[in-house]
Design a protein around this ligand. Structure first.
Ligand code: HEC
Ligand code: HEC
Length: 339
């Protein structure tokens, strides 16, 4: 065969093939070229943290975290598209905003959610509640969206978007909201040249001993016991947890919030009654109010509080501020993916 003829036939066949391929792509319904091959995502928590239990039905993947992050920041998730999760849970304030918004910090280790513990279980359970009951997510809107059907397919291999899948993706992203790089953490890890000041160290002592007694409810490396207590805020407390359990012993009991990044999450308490940490510490020091369900761990109740000196109060606050994690609030992997 003459070379010229060969090339003629060769290119003829080749362009035929290419043409064929192009026709083929144009004729298939959207989605035919999507691939489901998720990449495992390794969640990095400090060694000092408890073991993280991830439900077997929702392994963390790069695609799932990416999708969850988009949903968290996208108002499309809300039935009226007016706000996103991040409108109230904003990163620069440790994923909170004005009260009674609870922060999103290390929630992967939580098993009960909301101030009164209305939702119990895994992150998937609270996220399903948020998507279905609170945001009333319109699935049609997501299904007809130009990007989301493909992203859901890549994350879960599913062509039909459900509330459950939204909750799974949000949970995967939520598990990456780990705060463990505060000054306190760096001291614990033995980082060179990072030490607590004398004031912080004294505050640490007050916090973790009977002197301040804070550790009973806000102790451990997560700075919460993930339980419910009446911390003596009011003489006639709100129903609080008893609204869920119908148990009169639960009147006035709220979830102990984590004190990580507490400097960033004021005003404080479920109703935001205290503007500053100074006011909070004054309350624990001399503002306790007796009521029937006050926690026995509020040991100085009969004295109205711990009666800390001015120096002790400011040392305690200095320690609380050593729990601020500036890397967490500046972490671009946790920020909005839309700009
Ligand atoms: C309008 C403001 C607002 C928006 C928007 C919002 N939240 Fe919240 N979030 C709150 C408030 C307020 C609370 C505390 C409510 C309570 O405990 O009763 C809260 C609590 C939570 C908690 C419980 C945290 C804990 O420690 O128990 C989770 C989880 C949560 N929100 C997730 C979400 C997700 C996911 C979205 C988006 C689907 C979202 N939130 C959107 C205001 C908001
Ligand atoms: C008996 C358990 C208990 C003890 C002891 C305790 N707390 Fe609390 N703390 C709570 C609960 C429960 C709340 C939430 C109450 C609410 O919002 O109504 C809370 C709220 C707080 C808040 C506000 C958190 C926020 O996000 O709004 C701070 C700050 C705080 N405590 C610091 C301390 C300090 C400092 C001590 C020690 C002097 C201490 N707590 C001792 C249970 C306790």
């Amino acid at each position: 065969m003459k070379p010229a003829l060969f090339y003629l036939i060769f290119f003829g066949i080749l362009s035929g093939l290419l043409g064929c391929k192009k026709d083929h792509v144009e004729n298939v319904p959207p989605g035919q070229d999507w691939t489901y091959d998720p990449t495992p995502f390794e969640i990095k928590a400090p060694a000092s943290f408890p073991i993280l239990n991830i439900p077997v039905g929702n392994p963390t993947t790069v695609e799932g975290v990416k999708l969850g992050r988009m949903l968290y920041y996208d108002p499309v998730l809300h039935s009226d598209s007016l706000r996103a999760c991040a409108s109230c849970h904003s990163q620069e304030r440790s994923f909170t905003s004005d009260p009674p918004v609870l922060p999103h910090v290390n929630l992967a280790w939580n098993t009960s959610f909301l101030w009164n513990g209305k939702v119990e279980g895994a992150l998937e359970d609270i996220m399903l509640f948020e998507v279905k009951e609170f945001f009333k997510t319109d699935l049609e809107k997501l299904q007809n969206h130009q990007d989301y059907p493909k992203l859901f397919y890549e994350a879960f291999g599913a062509r039909t978007i459900t509330h459950e899948l939204c909750a799974k993706a949000l949970s995967q992203f939520q598990r990456t909201l780990i705060s463990g790089k505060s000054k306190y953490d760096r001291v614990l890890e033995g980082t060179n040249w990072v030490f607590l000041t004398d004031e912080e160290l004294n505050g640490f002592d007050i916090f973790f001993t009977e002197k301040g007694d804070c550790f009973h409810c806000h102790g451990g490396i997560l700075f919460t016991d993930n339980s419910f207590h009446n911390n003596a805020l009011d003489a006639s407390p709100e129903p609080a947890r008893s609204a869920i359990t119908s148990n009169p012993a639960d009147v006035g009991k709220f979830k102990s919030p984590t004190l990580r990044n507490i400097e960033l999450t004021g005003p404080y308490m479920h109703d935001g009654r205290y503007e500053t940490l100074e006011e909070v510490v004054d309350f624990y020091s001399e503002g306790l109010k007796t009521s029937e369900t006050v926690d026995p761990l509020m040991k100085s109740l009969h004295l109205g509080g711990k009666h800390l000196t001015t120096q002790e109060k400011s040392d305690l606050i200095a320690f609380l501020k050593s729990l601020t994690d500036t890397a967490f609030i500046a972490d671009t992997a946790l920020a909005s993916p839309f700009h």
